[in-house]
Design a protein around this ligand. Structure first.
Ligand code: ATP
Ligand code: ZN
Ligand code: MG
Length: 330
């Protein structure tokens, strides 16, 4: 890894992100958020029509995440919400440290919540509760969440808490696979318009333990995951800024999602790492948005000063009538 590139991203990050006392957890500056806002608007403009939109909180049901199989695949990354339980007197004794043998932290116990590890996890059970079959043309969603992962290394682009936007497709195997493939190609064009040096490469998830290595190999062999890689730190170890994932029938079978023809639905998702994409843009084009290439500013909807102009009203289909009725509002 070149020392120069490492120093450069370090000094860029020092300007854009303010450290907190926790590693891998940052306060974002206005400048950084302006680019995140530009990216968010761009993703909205690129979204395929008829996508249903949901924004999720950074916590989700523990039971749902367990059922999704997360503990089998990524227990090392999971964060869980713990609270103090019991009578007022028990809680008071703990927090006031009256019992010298018991730190208040030892009095914590798990709740029914975990920290959302990826934006699409809460979606599958939500769609399943509607009880209706996935229609012939398939279903598309646009979701976002603040995500948490207990990452072991805390480089500036490997955060513990980060912003993820995703598009999700549910339908037949062909529809899900086609969705993954078409966005893998389109993302290549998108990175070119943002003047970001990049490659799209097969990838695997960071599965847990020894059995996880086999799962990762099988994922690679079956071409289930690809990543858009951008040299943020270095050419040798480029950073995954987007991923294209085909889950086959994993979520469909888990949640009982079926197609109109009665088969188990297949799913795929396209994930945008908003913080990593923003960092990649700053690392490539510098800190002064006014000096970014014209094509990049236009793609992000920035005016000459580098502020987002909101010329287009986003179209959306849900949230104006009860779920299931997807009348377009404009
Ligand atoms: P990596 O290969 O870096 O471990 P991943 O393959 O685990 O990432 P995904 O599960 O595909 O990542 O998540 C979707 C996107 O979310 C990634 O492409 C990336 O842009 C972003 N992302 C994932 N983990 C982090 C993190 N720790 N910090 C910042 N962004 C992240
Ligand atoms: Zn996903
Ligand atoms: Mg990866």
């Amino acid at each position: 890894m070149s020392r120069r590139a490492e120093d450069q991203i370090g000094s860029i990050a020092d300007t854009l992100l303010q450290p907190t006392s926790a590693a891998g957890v940052y306060a974002r500056t206005a400048l950084f958020e302006r680019v995140v806002e530009g990216l968010s608007g761009l993703i909205t403009r690129l979204r395929e029509p008829d996508a249903e939109i949901f924004r999720f909180p950074p916590v989700m049901s523990r039971q749902q995440l367990e059922r999704s199989g997360y503990l089998k695949s990524f227990p090392h990354l999971l964060g869980s919400v713990s609270c103090l339980h019991g009578e007022e007197s028990d809680i008071r004794a703990l927090v006031e440290g009256r019992d010298p043998d018991q730190d208040w932290v030892a009095g914590l116990s798990a709740t029914d919540l975990v920290l959302t590890p990826a934006a699409c996890y809460p979606l599958y059970p939500l769609v399943a509760t509607s009880g209706s079959a996935v229609p012939v043309k398939g279903l598309l969603f646009d979701v976002a969440s603040y995500c948490f992962r207990r990452e072991r290394s805390f480089e500036v682009d490997r955060l513990q808490a980060f912003q993820m936007r995703e598009w999700v497709c549910m339908g037949t195997p062909e529809q899900a696979l086609d969705f993954q493939t078409r966005w893998k190609f389109r993302a290549d064009g998108l990175a070119t318009k943002l003047a970001l040096p990049h490659t799209v490469a097969p990838a695997s998830d960071p599965f847990f333990g020894r059995a996880g290595k086999l799962m990762a190999m099988s994922q690679l062999q079956q071409s289930l995951k690809f990543e858009l890689l951008i040299p943020v730190h270095s050419e040798e170890l480029p950073t995954a800024c987007m991923s294209f994932n085909y889950h086959q029938d994993h979520f469909g079978a888990t949640w009982g999602l079926v197609t109109d023809a009665g088969a188990v639905a297949h799913t795929a998702c396209v994930a945008f790492g908003l913080d990593r994409l923003a960092l990649a843009l700053f690392a490539t084009h510098g800190l002064d948005l006014r000096n970014w290439p014209k094509m990049v500013r236009e793609t992000l909807g920035f005016d000459r000063e580098g502020y987002v102009t909101t010329s287009e009203r986003p179209r959306y289909t849900n949230g104006t009538t009860p779920r299931g009725n997807t009348a377009v509002t404009e």
